[in-house]
Design a binder for this molecule. Sequence first.
Ligand code: ADP
Ligand code: MG
Length: 295
Amino acid sequence: MNIHEYQAKELLAKFGVPVPAGFSAMTVDEAVEASSKLPGPLYVVKAQIHAGGRGKGKFKELGPDAKGGVRLAKTADEVRAHATDMLGNTLVTIQTGEAGKQVNRLYVTDGVDIAKEFYLALLVNRATGRVSMVASTEGGMDIETVAHDTPERIHSIDIDTATGFMPHHGRAVAAALELTGDLAKQAASVASKLYDAFLGTDAEQIEINPLAVTDDGKLVVLDAKVGFDGNAMFRHKDLMDLRDTTEEDTMELEASKYDLAYIKLDGDIGCMVNGAGLAMATMDIIKLNGMFPAN
Ligand code: ADP
Ligand code: MG
């Protein structure tokens, strides 16, 4: 189960992770009001959809020269203009597919002066059965591209859940981000809190891209993608409230009511299969014969 950036940041803040202040908004007036509660002088208006690449994304209804789904604003009027542009329109990013996603909610947040952007993610390493922290100095970019072009710039640090997060893990994360002194201490502290959040929520993924150093030497989370392990949700009734079913495929949503594992695909051949391995093999055979599975 995935949640929005604004929800992820509120959740991470509860674990002591440093995030800029911000408010979510569903109307243009709410967006302007949100900015009035922030100190300024810089605001960021961010489209809330369950997909990344929003900054470089394009709105279907606006021309190709229009700005994307993450926009800086210096005044309330600029916040109003951006919110008017975004709300109700369809944002297409590298992660949404061609259909794009309708923007029904915005997050208006403090703009920070960025000195450098990093990448830091937590996930389950299935090969080692441990929690893996993936750190890179190449933040703000598409991590798949970094992994492909410069794999040496991606560092994985495994944490054994039996012993938990130790000071040396924090030092390893700081070293991977090439940070020293006070920033290294901040990186270790952020990593430790993210680990607490990961375990505490039964997360499947926490991806911070970017984790930024500000001009005044503070490490802050500027973007957060958080997904939970669906099998553990019965232990987290409070987290279930964060579910936004409008972000989910209507067919998948219907199937989930009957506890069916249904995944919509783009092809024409319907598959009714028993077990993940058989499903994969069936799809392989269909593709091998030049057709595409519908689900
Ligand atoms: P996405 O990954 O979906 O494009 P991000 O939240 O990562 O969205 O935003 C894209 C870029 O916008 C970031 O890499 C960062 O450079 C900038 N940005 C995001 N939030 C802020 C902020 N609060 N202050 C200043 N710049 C920001
Ligand atoms: Mg991002």
